[in-house]
Ligand binder design. Sequence first.
Ligand SMILES: NC(=O)c1ccc[n+]([C@@H]2O[C@H](COP(=O)([O-])OP(=O)(O)OC[C@H]3O[C@@H](n4cnc5c(N)ncnc54)[C@H](OP(=O)(O)O)[C@@H]3O)[C@@H](O)[C@H]2O)c1
Length: 290
Amino acid sequence: MSKLAFIGLGVMGFPMAGHLVARGGHEVTVYNRSRAKAEAWVSKHGGRMAETPAKAAEGASIVFSCVGDDPDLREVTLGANGAFQKMAKGAIFVDHTTASAKLARELAAEAKKRGFEFLDAPVSGGQAGAENGQLTVMVGGDPAAFERAKPVISHFAKAVTLMGGSGAGQLTKMVNQICIAGLLQGLSEGLNFALKAGLDAKLALDVISKGAAQSWQMENRGKTMVDDKFDFGFAVDWMRKDLRICFETAKENGAQLPITQLVAGYYDDVSKTGGGRWDTSSLIRRLRRA
Ligand SMILES: NC(=O)c1ccc[n+]([C@@H]2O[C@H](COP(=O)([O-])OP(=O)(O)OC[C@H]3O[C@@H](n4cnc5c(N)ncnc54)[C@H](OP(=O)(O)O)[C@@H]3O)[C@@H](O)[C@H]2O)c1
């Protein structure tokens, strides 16, 4: 049993931290900015809640975080009450936020200076993956720290892979989001075409999902797209944030992202019409309402 801390009990962090107790039997101290979620977590899982990220980190061998964007991650690590103020020497900070590779490298360098390790470890698998403990985790950072953290991360993951040095986890997550954006627009266009053509779109999905067009999105989102249901899943505004990070990185490495740029504009449209919290498969609404 280890002493652990978890910062950020949102849609993802709440169940992930829960698995550390339920599956790992670890002693977990949690911090959440709005206190009610931390109270709810402690009443469900036991453990302790801390008043600040720094207090949560005190004495922990591994500190996890899963917050929103770069500025949030910066605040819970380097801020006046940030976890980095109190990290123990030799401890590991594992960040599950989808954030920039640049910040991951900065935090890893800062952690090394202070005598502990930082791993960037964004996740894929969504809310259901977090709740079922079946996330895919892509990690960047020191190999020895990775080997120590991997069995603990595995309490909420089906796959945990070291992709390279600091930032490599975040870069891999960017690849994931680039692949999803274009695919979802294709799926939206196909399903909208099926509906306009008067086909039974769900039957069409059953048939083509057994062939070369098959994808996770088709299997898991196709039918809800036909039903025009989007009040679940991975929010459009999170995707817009993730794609912004991809474009900033592509500017540095010279990669062309023409389709992803187009789809990002479509996501801006969806957000402007009130869909910021809808699932990313809501791209089809733009087409159906056109
Ligand atoms: N949801 C998904 O399906 C999914 C899938 C893969 C990756 N992700 C990524 O995982 C991360 C978290 O997503 P989520 O869906 O769990 O989001 P969420 O439900 O909005 O939770 C965000 C968490 O971060 C905390 N937070 C945000 N800014 C903060 C700050 N400045 N200081 C302290 N705490 C702060 C929030 O605290 P409060 O409770 O006080 O607001 C909350 O606990 C994001 O980077 C997202 O892109 C999400």
